[in-house]
Write a protein that binds this ligand. Structure first.
Ligand code: URA
Length: 211
């Protein structure tokens, strides 16, 4: 298992995750709660941003206070389910740059198939947070990080909602330099590559596309 896996077990996250796991949770509520969780997970994912000091005046006196150094943040969403987490991250850092990687899992082979790639320039100068709600087989996340490294990304983190032990193992073997932040580490994958107990197909839950 990755030594660089952080499970954010904040009570609010765990409570909200239970709402997402519940199959009775309606699409609109699912999206709203996912956005809230992403905001809190995003605080963890950005907790090592560098601060410098600025001199300002409060209404009462002048002083030096912490201020972000201006590390250029970049969020990369794995289409399409990553969009659900992206909204919460942009609530947290509205000025961040955004990229998209289109990778889907072939339902037969479970292998990652890349079909879209659009990211901001100078990735090597940016702190990049890749988001996808489910780290299952990790094939998609590994392919997305491969593509981002090819495009120059150096400082990367992967943020998800639910991870499977198999996915964490595979991901950390492929990309030991990329820390993983998740709200939960679930039990296992089933034979179709879904996480158990999980929350089902994240894309379908976000967009209400299940037949
Ligand atoms: N992708 C999902 O959306 N859910 C899973 O359980 C696994 C992969």
């Amino acid at each position: 298992m990755s030594s660089d896996l952080t499970i954010v077990d904040h009570p609010l996250i765990q409570h909200k995750l239970t709402i997402l796991r519940n199959k009775e949770t309606a699409t609109g509520h699912f999206r709203a709660v996912l956005r809230e969780i992403a905001f809190v997970l995003g605080c963890e994912a950005t907790k090592d941003l560098a601060l410098s000091e600025v001199e300002i005046e409060t209404p009462l006196e002048r002083g030096h206070f912490p201020y972000l150094e201006g590390d250029k943040l970049c969020f990369i969403s794995v289409l399409r389910a990553g969009e659900g987490l992206l909204d919460g991250l942009l609530d947290l850092v509205p000025s961040a740059r955004v990229g998209h990687v289109g990778v889907y899992r072939d339902p037969e082979t479970l292998k990652a198939v890349k079909y879209y790639f659009k990211v901001p320039g100078k990735l090597e100068t940016r702190r990049t947070i890749l988001v996808d709600p489910m780290l299952a087989t990790a094939n998609t996340a590994i392919a997305a990080v491969d593509a981002l490294k090819d495009a120059g990304a150096k400082h990367m983190k992967f943020m998800c909602l639910v991870a499977a032990p198999e996915g964490v193992d595979a991901f950390s073997r492929a990309h030991p330099d990329v820390p993983v932040i998740a709200a939960a580490l679930d039990r296992e994958l089933n034979e179709k590559g879904y996480i158990l107990p999980g929350l089902g197909d994240a894309g379908d839950r976000i967009y209400g596309t299940k037949q």
